[in-house]
Design a binder for this molecule. Structure first.
Ligand code: AGP
Length: 591
């Protein structure tokens, strides 16, 4: 924090934000402008020394930074040659030292020097910089890392997304790539001579052209980002899935449950209808949703679909044609790799359709059209309701496109739409297994490895179950198509190995049943997800979790739920930090 007298108070701690709050209890945290940062270590270990803010050599400038400065080593070398001394291992310190070097050598203000410094930088950044000699201003900028300005009553806020800001204001400006924001508290206000807010926000491009401010109203309330009586956000978010999916379908699946309308398919009918191929780009859980989307679109619409890790797609010179439709899936809408994949596909002439949760975030803004999943802010790092929201939108998309193309039999179409509309109630039923799953979790907490198996629509469910477990419990887990087990993973099976098998009544039931027998023959411990009333598997498996009967294409929406609960309860039993697992970030804005 900087005070008007130019005094600068800096507090840093290692570990959780709560540690910092406690540390600051008896400290002076007053001031006119302040910056704060939680660091996701890219350069240098997590430590107070490497924590932000970083300072210029004179200690006049302080900076916080999300992202990576790729050419930091070159710039550092150059500055060291000019006598600049560094105290941390970070790329961020290089940037603030560069800003100061430009200010001093060219006799410029902070506002003038920041664009010149950023001009020399290769990489991604969202920064906020203070100068203690100018205690009424803050300069912020973004490139490939999100940055939002909140406009309050006589105050401004900066955040990497709107959720920490909505407690204070619902008016936000989303900065575009290459934007620099100058926020200033006018001096006359401090003398009490002005009855206006006395604050000023100006946004320019890196070349100094003033940008028109577009002020957006954020429409979620505080309740959505509170735990509402649940011990963790993740559990709350698992349990709110029935309501979230109802919201996701509202106005899209009609009340009679016999028709799906997506505005994107009305506004961009030609582009979507003429698609020769669909390429889905995403990361992590969103990529798993993409695998389900592939099966839905190929089955209903008879269009070939490729599903790509956005991080691979962006760097491998992919073949993208003008009649390709690229679907970008992202909860946060800020994932750097997915955003870059969108930009690449767009440059190559593809039509881009986004499926995102965070309203106004970078990916929806970069796409031609899209559909928001509308499941409300997801706070737990492990994605749960966003996944089922993405799968719901993909189902609606495939249905709407199939209807427009005439590729799906009318009766089948009606059956799927009806089945989809009933999913929230089916999930309510599955959630009743929570206590049973919690008991199971206690039994299996000992394990160091887990295998997850599924086939067809259940294969991505197995992948997602494994990812969820490893993210929050730090247990090694692998997802496989069940039939692949015999090509390698079967070697791992012994009496210590829990194998979670999605074995519901679908086209592959008999085959998956054989896989379960193969596991039992090697003394593996089977936890099977079965359709209600399945006695056959109940007799062979060690544990079963029963699921309501749904159409095969909708099964991921119900089968995912007990796997979310299983990973949650295992992590709780192991005493892990469920909502903020180590080394992970909610928005991965670095590549
Ligand atoms: C999900 O549990 C993970 N936290 C992670 O895999 C996530 O899905 C991935 O980083 C992609 O994020 P996005 O959906 O915001 O693009």
């Amino acid at each position: 924090m900087i005070n008007v007298d130019g005094s600068l108070n800096v507090y840093k701690t290692k570990g959780k934000v709560d540690n910092l709050c406690e540390f600051c209890n008896d400290k002076d945290v007053s001031g006119t402008v302040g910056i704060a940062h939680t660091r996701w270590a890219t350069h240098g270990e997590p430590s107070a020394r490497n924590a932000h803010p970083h300072f210029s050599q004179s200690h006049n400038l302080a900076i916080i930074h999300n992202g990576i400065i790729e050419n930091y080593a070159d710039i550092k070398q150059r500055l060291m040659g000019k006598g600049v001394k560094f105290v941390s291992d970070t790329d961020t310190e290089v940037l603030v030292q560069l800003i100061e070097y430009i200010m001093v050598s060219k006799n410029l203000s902070l506002q003038e020097a920041v664009p010149l410094a950023l001009y020399q930088v290769i990489g991604a950044y969202a920064i906020a910089v203070l100068d203690k000699r100018a205690p009424r201003q803050i300069v912020a900028a973004r490139k490939q890392s999100p940055l939002v300005v909140g406009i309050g009553d006589g105050e401004f806020f900066l955040g990497s997304d709107a959720s920490p800001i909505i407690e204070y204001t619902d008016k936000v400006v989303y900065l575009e790539d290459g934007n620099i924001a100058f926020i200033r508290l006018n001096e006359r206000q401090e003398g009490g001579e002005s009855d206006d807010s006395g604050m000023e926000l100006k946004v320019t491009s890196i070349l100094g052209e003033e940008q028109k401010l577009q002020v957006n109203t954020v429409d979620f309330d505080l309740g959505q980002i509170e735990k509402g009586g649940y011990p963790h956000f993740m559990l709350k978010e698992i349990f709110e899935q029935p309501d979230c999916l109802t919201n996701c379908m509202r106005g899209r699946v009609n009340v009679e449950a016999d028709h799906v309308t997506l505005s994107a398919l009305i506004d961009y009918r030609r582009q979507l209808l003429n698609a020769k191929r669909v390429i889905i780009v995403a990361c992590g859980t969103s990529w798993h949703a993409g695998l389900i989307g592939k099966q839905l679109i190929e089955t209903f619409c008879r269009i070939p679909v490729e599903v790509e890790y956005a991080s691979e797609f962006r760097y491998r010179n992919p073949v993208v044609n003008k009649d390709d439709v690229v679907i970008a899936i992202s909860q946060s809408g800020e994932t750097a790799d997915t955003l870059a994949a969108v930009q690449l596909a767009k440059e190559r002439g593809a039509f881009i359709y986004g499926i995102c949760n965070a309203i106004g975030s970078s990916i929806p803004r970069a796409t031609h059209t899209g559909t928001y999943i509308h499941v409300g802010p997801e706070i737990g790092v492990a994605s749960t309701k966003a996944f089922t929201g993405q799968v719901t939108v993909l189902t609606m998309f495939a249905l709407a496109l199939a209807e427009a193309k005439g590729t799906l039999d009318r009766d089948e179409y009606l059956k799927v739409v009806k089945g989809l509309s009933e999913i929230p109630d089916k999930i309510r039923e599955v959630l009743k297994t929570n206590d049973h799953v919690a008991d199971l979790a206690r039994t299996f907490t000992y394990a160091h490895n887990f295998l997850y198996l599924g086939r067809g629509f259940s294969y991505p469910v197995a992948l997602e179950g494994a990812l969820k477990l490893k993210e929050i419990s730090y247990i090694h887990a692998e997802g496989y198509p069940a039939a692949e087990m015999k090509h390698g993973p079967i070697a791992l099976i012994d009496s210590d190995m829990p194998v979670v098998v999605v074995a519901t009544h679908d086209a592959m039931y008999e085959k998956v049943l054989s896989n379960i027998q193969e596991i039992k023959a090697r003394k593996g411990r089977v936890i099977a997800l079965v359709t209600q009333g399945d006695d056959t598997i109940a007799r062979i498996a060690d544990e079963v979790i029963e699921l309501p009967d749904v159409m095969e294409c909708l099964e991921p929406l119900v089968a995912t739920i007990p796997l979310q609960l299983l990973s949650y309860h295992v992590a709780v039993c192991k005493g892990k930090d469920v909502d903020q697992p180590r080394n992970l970030a909610k928005s991965v804005t670095v590549e």
